[in-house]
Design a protein around this ligand. Sequence first.
Ligand SMILES: Nc1ncnc2c1ncn2[C@@H]1O[C@H](COP(=O)(O)OP(=O)(O)OP(=O)(O)O)[C@@H](O)[C@H]1O
Ligand SMILES: [Mg+2]
Length: 223
Amino acid sequence: MIAFDNVAYSYGGGELLSEISLRLTPGSFHFLTGPSGSGKSTFLKLCYAELLPTAGSVTIFDREVRSLGRDEVARMRRRVGVVHQDCQFLDHLPLAANVTLPLAVTGRETNAQDLADLMAWVGLGQLADALPPALSGGERQRAAVARAIITSPDVLLADEPTGNLDWEMSLRLLKLLVELNRMGTTILVATHDLNLIRNAKQQVAARVLRISNRRIQLAGADL
Ligand SMILES: Nc1ncnc2c1ncn2[C@@H]1O[C@H](COP(=O)(O)OP(=O)(O)OP(=O)(O)O)[C@@H](O)[C@H]1O
Ligand SMILES: [Mg+2]
C-alpha cells in the first residue's frame, strides 16, 4: 500500500532519515515512535507525498511518488486521511462544515445521514453546529479524526492524535482507531505515548516502528 525503498530525507542540512525500507500492508496497524525531533511528522509527510524523498523511492498505491503529476497526487490524497499534529480548523465555520471540507473542496456532496452517523460515532453528535474555538482538546482531536475519514480513506495517518488529551480521552480516541482498523482501514499513528501503544497492543495486532539514529526499526515486544 505504502512502500519505502532505501529512502532518505534531508531538509537541507544532514540527513534526518536514512536507509528507510519498509512496507505498510493493507489492513495493518502501525505505530511510529521516537524522540521529539527524530522525524515522525516528516515520515508521515513522506507517506502522502507532502514531502518527496531526497534519495530512494516511496511508492503509494503502486505508484512511485516522483512519477505522479499534480492531479494524480490529488487523486492519491483522496485515499489517504491525515490527522495533523496541530489539527487546524477554520474557526468561523461550524464543526460539521469543517468535517465535510475534504468532500466540499473536491466537489462532492455530503450525505446528511452519513455525516450524522460519523459525528455520532466520534461522540460529537451534539456539537455539529459548534464553532471550533468552543471545543475542548479532546473534541477537537475527535473532530480531526472525523474530518480525516469522511472521505472513507484506505489509509489513515495520525500525527500525535492524543497529544493533548488525558488518559481517558486518549483511550477513547484509540478505540475509534482500532474500530476503524477492524473495518479495514490501514492505520499509522505517530506517538511518543508508550502507554497508549501498550494498551493498543491488547486490542489489535499493532506493529511498532521506532526512529533511532535516523533509521526506522521494528521494535520488539520490549516496549
Ligand atoms: N520545514 C522544515 N524545514 C527545516 N527543518 C525542519 C522542517 N520541519 C521539520 N524540521 C526539522 O526536522 C526535524 C524533525 O522534525 P519532525 O517534525 O519530523 O519531528 P517529530 O519526530 O515529529 O517531532 P515531535 O515529536 O516534536 O512532533 C526537527 O529537527 C525539525 O526541526
Ligand atoms: Mg511531530
